[in-house]
Design a binder for this molecule. Sequence first.
Ligand code: OXD
Ligand code: MN
Length: 581
Amino acid sequence: MTTHRALKDWIGKVAELTQPDDIYWCNGSVEEYDAMAEKLEAEGGFSRLNPETHPNCWLHRSDPTDVARVEHLTFVCTSKQEDAGPNNNWMTPGKARAKMESLYKGCMKGRTLYVIPYCMGPIDSPLSRCGVEVTDSTYVVCNMKLMTRMGKQALQRIEREGSFIKGLHSVGDLNPDRRFIMHFPEDLEIQSFGSGYGGNALLGKKCHALRIASYQARSEGWLAEHMLILGVESPEGKIHYIAGAFPSACGKTNLAMLIPPQIYKGWKIWTIGDDICWMRVGEDGRMWAINPESGFFGVAPGTAANTNPNALAMLDHDAIFTNVAVTEDNQPWWEGLDDRVPATDWKGNPYNPENGPAAHPNSRFTVHMSQCPSYSDKAEAPAGVPISAIVFGGRRERLVPLVMESHSWRHGVLMGASMASETTAANIDEVGVVRRDPMAMKPFCGYNFGDYWKHWMSFDGVSDKLPEIFHVNWFRKDANGKFMWPGFGENMRVLDWIIKRCEGKVGSLDTPIGNLPLPGDLNLEGITVPAATMEALLEVDTAAWREEISEIGKYLDSFGARTPESIKAEQKRVSEALTRA
Ligand code: OXD
Ligand code: MN
């Protein structure tokens, strides 16, 4: 229970509406986690994986219709539609509340209502923010324990500070027709019904740490972003921190845990976070960042010894696997892991390749970040880490070069706003279609993109120590559909160039779309990328870019009067430079 009056009253009201059999306040202890996992096992929602190879690991099979985020059922409910913007589905707060109330009525009968106080960010950080999630899902409780600082200490902070985000979640009957994820940013409130999937149900993650936090960040002068945070340590012991925005399932987790190739002897990548970054300009004029999460909710397929050995190493104990396949001896398995043949697919049926992949393409692992071999204890630093570079990147088969640096902060904001990517299985919609995904925030910005770009632009000139902004593309393909850049660990070479640019150690080729590496400055020692391929990876196709910049202009204009003049002016500057080129 709590001494916090408003919290107590709210829980009382929710219980009256949802009518649970019991109410349980989570304390966040390890004993509690173990007991919850066993309870879930008894309920049929967890099954224990091989205890010899994977001690304390659990398999969860979701409802087959509940396997990803549902952007079409996700709403931002501001009083005025323009405040949510064309980038969000919108409903009036009144209509949304009425709809949700009718769904929540009596929905927890026969169930336990769990109260989960949680803190996003290190428990003692002034950058952190707290919330309380109420849920009837034991699976959510277990995941929230790994993904957030949950329980007693968070409750104490809430009682001390007074404020918290209210999140109400019920799995309901998992009927996709009765599934909604509603956000009320003006009231700092989230209501989610009908899904148990991570991005819809672990309310600390996308709903709080991105949609609600981006709205708060705007009014409080900071940034809540869909970004990984990593540290690159040189053999001399100097660490540069980089924040990177990539759309869902585009390799943020792999990049955050990268192991440098052999020629980078003495270099080390440190992992601070793989999905979300909250940053603010510190007194020293640098941008300081925290990862609000405490765990990884990563895409399993494709995670393997050659793509992400650090991730594999953290997944052989104390982890939750959702919708993966299993081998005959009950080990978790997914496509790309190795050449064993699984016995059972993600739905629990005997594996038959004719029925599609054994693991769901958006199957996931949940694990506490301290289990990662590259985990940095700076993830707990109350002040966060100082960011040297911000990197934007999409999945683009054509056009976009391997790496380029922006001409300025303003140009960097335009680069971020122009991001586009082929869609992935992290959302329920069609996969592989190119869509604009500004700053990788398309599904996550809790307000009008026009206002969001204005907010980004407001940092221009506040300090001469702001991060440099870059754009990368690991996903270029040749005429035969083959990736041109080896990617994964070899992306270290691109990070190396980025750091050299931040330190002013190398020059660059100034082009209308950005500054590109000069021949020879990108370290290619030890890999064989043919010269012609390298040339293509760094080529600027002026004619194609003229078309692209004009499309970008149309996209920016589609946000009407909310699009700031500063970003339009930047688009015009690049467009004119391309015309002259
Ligand atoms: C995620 C996502 O789960 O972006 O991180 O969908
Ligand atoms: Mn994400």
